[in-house]
Design a protein around this ligand. Sequence first.
Ligand code: F0G
Length: 461
Amino acid sequence: MEHEWKTIIEPFKIKSVEPLGLTTRAERLEALERAHYNLFNIKAEKVLIDLLTDSGTGAMSAAQWGGIMTGDESYAGARSYYNFENEIRALTGFDEIIPVHQGRAAEKILFSVIGGKGRYIISNSHFDTTRANVEFSGAEAMDFPVKEALDFDKPAPFKGNADVPAMAKFIKEIGAANIPLCVMTVTNNSLGGQPVSMENLKAVQNLCRKHGIPMFLDCARFAENAYLIKLREKGYAQCPVREIAEEMFELADGAWMSCKKDALVNIGGFLAMNNREWSGKARQLLILTEGFSTYGGLAGRDLEAVAIGLREVLDENYLRYRIRSAQYLGEGLLKHGVPIINPPGGHGVYVNAKKFLPRISPSNFPAQALGCALYLEGGIRGVEIGTLMFGRRDPKGAFLPAPMELLRLAMPRRVYTQSHIDYVIEVFGWLAKNKESIKGLEIVEAPAILPHFTAKLKPAK
Ligand code: F0G
């Protein structure tokens, strides 16, 4: 008889290893000071466990490395491009497939075609580069998350959903003619890596159809979203995850993807749709800034690795391990009384720094302060999603408090094992007991656009 063993294991063995950056606390303090308390400025070799992002940081499989060796580097019409195109077409059903070097290149091109002053893009939540590209075109990015998304403590299965009545009200007020696109981000990265249900995608699609607004998916983490639908949505438990993913794409008029996430590659992306008028304009811009339409700024080997990764990511043993590892980290933090967005997201855990460090005011960047303390004590790197990242400023340039102060611990795919995560949990246990040692930060200098990448900070007086 087949046993149902409870332990969920990493469904791979390791063929090639890299040493971790082991440092002393004194070395980390020096690195932190040199980096002006901005973790983006820390040399990766000084980081022990790097949870800055799950983007481009995954481990490729032996099959993908094999694909790298057989990639076709022809400038035009490379075999690797057709493998890439066929794989994306089979998965998404879209005809027009445009390769780009990463997600934001697709965003820049798309919003150059359809954005502009007086236009509004509606979404469950825009990711920060999406928002920046919408705004750079002159258009406005409007988020409509469901209310439960903002109640971090109380678990709900689909906190990535869009608030459909709020969207409908906005469309009525502004007029559909001024809304060229609705984008559903799956999973919803800005609000905790939370999934969108099929029911919600259908409701948004219905609303958009009624008003003639195309709906696109920002599908960087489509496989994690599809697997969470399988686990949590009624009627999907027996459905193969690939079919769930295909159903998600069927509801949409187009998609773009940062392949650095769920295509299990270190670089790559695409823009896909059926609208020939838009794709024609997009290809012109592609040739201007990225490259010819059969490589879009990528090497043939990169296209090959994406084609293979898009198949591998839908392996349910992989997804079971993937989703379980984020849950494991989340459960470990909750046991130490560390507040998180509950439930944990598909690609990591978001610590609620506002609740963890209530004495540090938003003007002293509590999530950034927590991130720096986590690095100093444990060599672990996360990323702030709070006042520094959202960076709204008053006329004098002072930062206005963001609605949330989160520290995201994003998990690279197939990179760390359970003992690495046990270590992260242990360090958080120590921080929870020694919270008083964590001090707020203040700005030394910060640019106007996307300040979190390059701002300089120092401990507050
Ligand atoms: N959309 C989503 C939902 C993303 O998470 C990202 C990137 C992008 C678009 C842009 O793609 O980086 O390939 O240009 N997210 C990374 C992160 C950077 O850390 O979450 P890109």
